[in-house]
Design a protein around this ligand. Structure first.
Ligand SMILES: C[S@@+](CC[C@H](N)C(=O)[O-])C[C@H]1O[C@@H](n2cnc3c(N)ncnc32)[C@H](O)[C@@H]1O
Length: 171
């Protein structure tokens, strides 16, 4: 599959290893959705979700306007012009997600990351699940402990080349 990328977005030259691992390892989404790609970048996760669950309402959010443009173009090109691609504030407050998939922006710092995850994990539907890929050198294990302490049951689904796939329950 070809995806448009550009300078100024995450991993423009090749699919990030963590993202690739998340897509290979995390369970496929349910067909009903709604689904969220949190921190979509140019959209590799959103495009995969859009193909795996073609009827599911799909949201892709980011704070980087160029990433949003590219993600929009990639979803259009790969059959999901109906998917919503927007800034985080563009998601109506009543939307609850059956699944969230994310290669989250670890480099924004621990406090900001915790705030971001708390915001979006709090919007999981009952029985909802999130799948996160995080490198252990960037704090995957302490993040999993923090999630558990906050009441979001977090288990490790896999580990490869230092990347952990975390499954997080709605709590
Ligand atoms: C590690 S990159 C992953 C990008 C893409 N999902 C991929 O796998 O190639 C994390 C993304 O999160 C975005 N981001 C940073 N802060 C954010 C926030 N507060 N809300 C949503 N996205 C954010 C960044 O702009 C970046 O595109």
């Amino acid at each position: 599959m070809e995806l448009a990328t550009d300078r100024g977005v995450f991993s423009p030259d090749e699919l990030d290893f963590g993202t690739r691992y998340l897509l290979a390892e995390a369970p496929r989404p349910p067909q009903h959705g709604p689904l969220l790609d949190l921190g979509c970048g140019y959209g590799p996760i959103a495009v995969a979700l859009g193909q795996w669950a073609p009827q599911a309402p799909l949201w892709a959010i980011d704070v980087n306007p160029r990433a949003l443009e590219l993600c929009r173009a990639n979803l259009d090109r790969h059959g999901r012009p109906d998917a919503a691609v927007c800034l985080p504030d563009g998601v109506p407050p009543d939307v609850r997600f059956a699944r969230i998939y994310s290669n989250p922006p670890i480099r924004i710092g621990k406090a900001a990351l915790h705030e971001l995850l708390a915001q979006w994990l709090g919007r999981l539907a009952e029985e909802g699940r999130a799948y996160l890929v995080v490198n252990k050198h960037l704090g995957a294990d302490s993040l999993a402990r923090w999630l558990n302490r906050q009441g979001w049951p977090s288990t490790r689904l896999g580990s490869r080349r230092g990347y952990r796939i975390l499954q997080v329950g709605a709590g």
